[in-house]
Design a binder for this molecule. Structure first.
Ligand code: ZN
Length: 283
């Protein structure tokens, strides 16, 4: 019997949700619902310095407004533990420039302090993106898993969280496509079954930068204040996801667009930034 689908919406409460978040979360919701699956909400508040409880509250309101209802909210990252059990790792004392220009020899030194780095098995990692097809990337070279101050880093936290939460499908922004390789290496060494992967287009503001809280006019609360309805948001974003509205029955992963798109300050105008029909294959 097939495992029931479990998707997740995982906002970082460092800024209000914008159209780029809506695109990724909408795709995650559509994908799970199209498979009659569950949707979990997980607040990714690892970065204690930037995470704000009031922003998380506003994000829940925005998600409800968008119609992206979730079945359960799981424990936020700030309340979880991220042990390195079973993961080959070593402590590293290098600064960024020393590591870059002189190379890191910490693996052999067994330091008793410093950040923990993943002793990443080398070689290309292959996986299938449900929209983009077969992908091939080299994992990052020994990324940090636990910072020197003891705080877990994103690649470790997201893998442990998705496994513990029983997530079967990860749907997120295309900027994280290559990072999938490192995460798959972690699944491998831990002996865990990885989820499936789907990466949606990256949205960029008029300045060419990935949409973020600095593009305030594309925040959902700003659009709402300007008279937008949730239906309007899905009319604008739907074509990027291959749907006409937030209706799971019509969702097909292979219809999700590939590439990058421009969002004007008004939030209303889109144009493909590049006609990259081919899936990027790096390595
Ligand atoms: Zn080092």
């Amino acid at each position: 019997m097939a495992v029931p689908a479990v998707g997740r919406i995982a906002p970082t409460p460092s800024g209000h949700l914008h159209l780029g978040n809506a695109l990724a979360f909408g795709a995650a919701w559509l994908s799970a619902r199209a498979a009659s699956g569950r949707v979990l909400l997980r607040i990714e508040d690892l970065d204690a310095g930037r995470a704000r409880a009031d922003v998380a509250t506003g994000q829940r309101e925005d998600l409800e407004w968008l119609g992206l209802h979730w079945d359960a909210e799981v424990a936020p990252q700030s309340t979880r533990q991220y042990p390195l059990d079973g993961i080959p790792a070593f402590r590293c004392l290098c600064t960024r420039p020393t590591r870059l220009y002189l190379g890191c020899r910490c693996r052999a030194k067994e330091h008793d302090k410093g950040a923990w780095r993943f002793d990443t098995p080398r070689g290309l990692v292959e996986f299938v993106d449900r929209t983009r097809g077969p992908q091939r990337f080299s994992p990052d070279e020994d990324p940090i898993l636990v910072r020197a101050d003891g705080e877990a880093a994103y690649p470790l936290a997201v893998v442990i969280d998705d496994h513990r939460d029983g997530v079967t499908e990860v749907v997120r922004g295309g900027d994280l496509l290559a990072a999938t390789a490192t995460q798959l290496r972690l699944y491998e060494v831990l002996g865990w079954t990885p989820p499936t992967w789907l990466h949606v287009p990256v949205l960029r503001g008029p300045d060419g930068k990935k949409l973020s809280k600095s593009h305030g006019s594309t925040e959902l609360r700003a659009l709402r204040a300007a008279g937008w309805t949730a239906e309007r948001v899905w009319e604008v974003l739907g074509p990027l996801l291959g749907v006409e509205s937030l209706e799971p029955a019509g969702f097909r992963p292979e219809r999700v667009r590939i590439g990058e798109f421009l969002v004007a300050d008004s939030g209303a105008v889109f144009g493909p930034l590049e006609a990259s029909a081919a899936a990027p294959v790096a390595g």
